[in-house]
Write a protein that binds this ligand. Structure first.
Ligand SMILES: [Mn+2]
Length: 427
């Protein structure tokens, strides 16, 4: 299924007058504060969020899964789904694949389908947290950290194979998340596990093309509940330092213990030029994989404040790192959830763009805590939704993607085409 320009225009029709009014009001207000709406819009349009191929179907919990119907049955249909999102919001122009769930059989064909939909391939993800039916050694007791060199060799070879797939698709980074760890005190030698992991990563690093990044993701617990080998940003950072300049830390918002100051981690990683990418989601208790911005929108904004400050300090564009969503949708239509998630990211980014950083720096130097808070909260409390809508409109997207999605009855059509029982490959 494809959404045409005419369909989007038709969906926009009824909203256009109200939008024009609210946008012109906002634009005036922003101009009065010294911002250029056109420039803000260009920056918003540049931010493209990669959709993970594993988030297009319904997720589940260990208790059950309730498929929604019409889920993509293969890689081509996954691309098609991301194409639908991108047609609506013009901000989801990339897909992040997971190997072996999405092995491209015919790379040239897959590349041309993606190009036709205006999509590029973001990070490719390896998987050594499950056993595949045809694999020789089990990852039950770890992969890159394993005590047995034969298991480590198998996991290294898999990661190199993922790089090769990524090269064939035009991807530029390999993303590694390890489930390696232990469930019981004393089960594993921490130092040996770290060293094995480092040496395995070094071999994978050697196989990286010169213009690639290796993204190293951390997570405090789950599926191992006593110790995880790469448990926090410090461990990931240490590995990256030992590996080389192409290794960078990937921050998954759900991979922190409650109340961790993630924005401070982001600032430190940017200071050291080791921030590689993001997995956006939101969380109430643990790695909940909830809709981005649905629980802690203020934290998301504070993270973007550090990101924008860091990019401005370094004179870089926002597309300098990998922006991805990592979520799991148990109740909602996954495509609707992804539209909401992308919009939440765009809003937090736009709010961070209108922080008066010069005034903030002065207030910080004066230790004027009250005024610092005023400046930070002023941007957060400005309703920039008309600005995001205008950015979409100018790029040919829908003024209100979620409403257009429902109006065009996308899910009903996908169910009609693919069947009520179609279930996406993945977890
Ligand atoms: Mn993740």
């Amino acid at each position: 299924m494809r959404i045409s320009v005419a369909q989007i225009q038709e969906a926009n029709e009824a909203l256009l007058n109200t939008h024009r009014q609210s946008f012109s009001h906002l634009a005036e207000q922003l101009q009065a504060e010294g911002w250029q709406p056109d420039e803000l819009i260009r920056q918003i349009q540049r931010l493209q969020i990669a959709i993970p191929s594993w988030a297009l179907g319904t997720g589940g919990t260990r208790f059950g899964r309730f498929p929604i119907g019409g889920e993509p049955r293969n890689l081509e249909e996954k691309l098609e789904d991301v194409g639908l999102l991108h047609a609506l919001n013009r901000a989801s122009g990339a897909i992040s694949l997971h190997i072996p769930w999405d092995i491209p059989q015919d790379t040239a064909h897959i590349r041309s389908v993606a190009a036709e939909l205006g999509l590029r391939f973001d990070a490719v993800n390896s998987n050594t947290f499950q056993d595949q039916p045809d694999q020789q050694h089990s990852y039950k007791f770890g992969s890159l950290c394993h005590t047995d060199a034969a298991v480590r060799r198998q996991a290294i070879a898999h990661n190199i194979e993922v790089i090769r797939y990524g090269e064939a698709l035009g991807s530029r980074c390999l993303s590694i998340w390890l489930a390696d760890g232990s469930n019981h005190p004393g089960q594993r030698n921490f130092v040996q596990a770290f060293e094995n992991t480092l040496h395995s990563l070094q071999e994978i690093y050697e196989a990286l093309p010169a213009d690639w990044w290796m993204l190293v993701e951390y997570k405090p617990y789950e599926p191992q509940f006593y110790a995880t080998v790469i448990q926090d940003w410090g461990t990931a950072f240490l590995l990256c330092q030992k590996l080389g300049q192409q290794a960078r830390v990937l921050v998954d918002l759900g991979h922190h213990l409650p109340n961790t100051n993630i924005e401070q981690i982001v600032a430190t990683l940017m200071m050291e030029d080791r921030l590689g990418g993001f997995h956006f989601n939101d969380a109430k208790y643990g790695d909940d994989d909830l809709t981005v911005g649905s629980i802690k929108p203020f934290q998301l904004y504070l993270i973007f404040h550090e990101l924008v400050s860091g990019f401005q300090r370094q004179g870089r564009q926002v597309n300098a790192i990998a922006w991805m969503i990592d979520a799991s949708h148990n109740l909602k239509d996954p495509l609707e959830d992804l539209l909401q998630s992308v919009e939440a990211i765009q809003l937090a980014f736009a709010q961070a763009l209108i922080v008066d950083r010069k005034a903030l720096e002065e207030a910080q130097q004066q230790n004027d805590a009250t005024w610092c808070q005023e400046l930070i909260q002023k941007a957060f409390r400005t309703d920039l939704r008309p600005l995001i809508a205008e950015a979409r409109l100018r790029a040919g997207g829908a003024l209100y993607p979620l409403q257009a999605y429902r109006h065009l009855q996308v899910r009903q059509q996908l169910i009609a085409q693919r069947g009520r029982k179609a279930v996406a490959t993945g977890l």
